[in-house]
Design a protein around this ligand. Sequence first.
Ligand SMILES: Cc1cc2nc3c(=O)[nH]c(=O)nc-3n(C[C@H](O)[C@H](O)[C@H](O)COP(=O)(O)O)c2cc1C
Length: 282
Amino acid sequence: MNIRFSIEEAVRKRVSVRNYSDRPIEPDKKLHIQNFISNTKNPFNSKIKFHYFELNEEVKDQKLGTYGVIRNATHFLGASIVNGPFALEALGYEMEIVMLYLASMDIGTCWLGGTFDRKGFARALNIGEQELLPAITPIGYAQPHRHFQEVVMRTVIQAHNRMDWNKMFFLNDFDTPLTKQGAQDFAFALEMVRLGPSASNKQPWRILWKDGNFHFCEYKTPGYSNVFPYDIQRIDMGIAAAHFELACKEKGINGKFVFDQKPDVQLPQHTEYVYSWIYQAQ
Ligand SMILES: Cc1cc2nc3c(=O)[nH]c(=O)nc-3n(C[C@H](O)[C@H](O)[C@H](O)COP(=O)(O)O)c2cc1C
């Protein structure tokens, strides 16, 4: 996939937008967005179906809702999958890349995995019986100010905060934190992961650097995914893969994702191995 925007700039610019202005998305930008979406790929060998749509009267009549969380949005992007190994990670990966692309054009988005009328949207988008619609995002220009409910929500989940390095990144085993200096050339890619969005800002990423490779594990927040028909934090794991890989590519560092290289180390409680990124010298 050909990425023509600065990852760092896009990662730092992207922030959840829940209050949208009336400014329409320009027709040429719409075409660029649709073109970009149709060219996204993922390293998880799983197919994602994107659904780009505008709320017209017909759809509006179906009273599609976001429980007051999203205000004034008229454009949406949904992503559906047939659930299977790494399908949620693949969705997180591709959709996040689209959202970074939109951020690079100053167009706002907000991951919605919980606060939307999933059945109503799935019906309106003709999502098949075998498919899941794990997430949608509004797309549009932001209002200058957040709405009140959004401000409260962000405060409750501490949406501006990110965990410190020593809670997330480790060297050789999970008892030894990896410092920014210690991460050397990979400090940038790890920092890009750290700044990523995650469901309720839980930041489930636990990454171990061992023997030159990075092993991505998921801290499964106890009870958190019980309200979903799938593990929503697997989407966060896909987002981490996108940030890590794009950041490495931007720095000219090569590697690939593999799924069978679980490191031989003791994992912390509630933590599960998901995938590895293997360094490939040029
Ligand atoms: C998989 C996923 C699902 C999310 N679901 C919702 C949601 O249902 N409603 C919502 O308002 N925000 C949702 N968010 C947004 C997060 O709350 C937000 O990304 C996080 O608090 C960090 O804030 P930021 O995006 O402004 O950096 C979701 C994020 C992710 C990654």
